[in-house]
Write a protein that binds this ligand. Structure first.
Ligand code: ADP
Ligand code: MG
Length: 319
């Protein structure tokens, strides 16, 4: 990978917007990515992920906003210079199926006018574990292996920033796992990666930080921070008879954030930490003279909350 000393952030994106006529692909998106980071761009189909990659990859111009890519301001004048510092692996790798793996890489190395082609190709093949498949025709490779050739192609230029657009989409679990392992190996070598995915688990597993996009950026943070923020925690409480004064019982509990009554009469208490709130709630209910039937901590999966988060976009629902 690039051993060039790199300072400042790898990507700075400020209020970036891209519209196609009436249609907004993404709007007012701002974030930064540091060198050495694996940044996940997570969102459903149509969220604007590919368009963001194409914009930052200088293939299309933004409608408004600004960005710095690998240290260079995003502008038409800087297109060639930016492209020489980055690599983009699109959703389908774009290989010549009638050529061998090595021939494909050799063709692209020539196209990029790279020096030391033989050594680069060998290095790229080693990086993706395909050194023994160099002479195989791409046509004969599985989808997963083709994806790895695509990754090798992207690595040829020793990019400062590597963009991977849905690198595992359409792969079976075994092939996806292999691509995950490769990305993890690149991450350990300190390669800066901008990875788009619609799979929550993939973003959680591979990325140092994740931004959740659905036309606008909904949330950004480390996976554990998102988990913390996204996990709604609550306790469901059932009593034989309605409480005389639920406010008085619940308000004094540690970490209680509010309560509501569900349709079937249970009290649903929102809390910051169910482990401390649940025993305190039990004590308070007994003290208040309530006949406690059940007290159950409820955990919504991260997936539930993620789906809820991306489903709240009216515009997206109309698409
Ligand atoms: N070239 C284009 N012309 C018009 N609309 C486009 C174009 N490219 C993408 N879009 C629209 O922009 C939105 C975001 O698309 P895309 O970036 O491909 O989303 P994702 O990669 O997250 O699935 C979609 O509504 C899509 O139809
Ligand atoms: Mg896409």
């Amino acid at each position: 990978m690039s051993t060039e000393r790199t300072t400042g952030p790898a990507l700075v994106v400020q209020n970036l917007t891209k519209r196609f006529g009436e249609r907004t692909a993404f709007s007012e998106v701002s974030f930064e990515v540091a060198y050495g980071e694996v940044f996940g761009f997570l969102g459903p189909n149509g969220a604007g992920k590919t368009t963001t990659v194409r914009t930052l990859g200088t293939l299309i111009a933004p409608t408004s906003g600004a960005a710095t890519v690998a240290g260079l301001p995003l502008s038409a004048d800087n297109g060639v210079a930016i492209r020489s510092r980055i690599a983009v692996m699109p959703e389908s790798p774009g290989l010549y199926l009638r050529l061998s793996v090595a021939e494909n890489l050799s063709y692209f190395a020539g196209l990029y006018e790279l020096p030391d082609r033989r050594a680069r190709i060998e290095r790229a093949l080693r990086s993706v574990g395909l050194e023994h498949r160099a002479d195989d025709l791409c046509r004969s490779l599985s989808k997963g292996l083709r994806q790895r050739v695509g990754l090798a192609r992207a690595l040829l230029t020793d990019p400062q920033v590597l963009f991977l657009d849905e690198p595992t989409s359409g792969l079976d679990p075994v092939a996806a796992r292999e691509v995950h392992d490769l990305i993890d190996a690149l991450r350990k070598r300190g390669v800066t990666i901008f990875l788009t995915t619609h799979r929550l688990a993939e973003a959680e597993q591979l990325c140092d930080r994740v931004g959740i996009l659905n036309t606008t950026l909904r949330m950004i943070g480390r996976p554990d921070e998102l988990r913390e923020q996204l996990f709604s925690k609550s306790i469901e409480i059932r009593t034989r008879a309605p409480l005389a004064d639920p406010d008085e019982v619940f308000a004094a509990l540690p970490g209680a954030e509010g309560w509501q009554r569900s349709e079937d009469g249970a009290y649903v208490l929102s809390v910051t930490d169910a482990d401390t709130a649940a025993p305190a709630a039990a004590r308070a209910l007994v003290t208040a003279g309530a006949d406690l039937l059940a007290l159950t901590p409820i955990r919504h999966s991260l997936e539930d909350v993620y789906l809820q988060l991306i489903d709240t976009d009216v515009e997206a629902q109309q698409r």
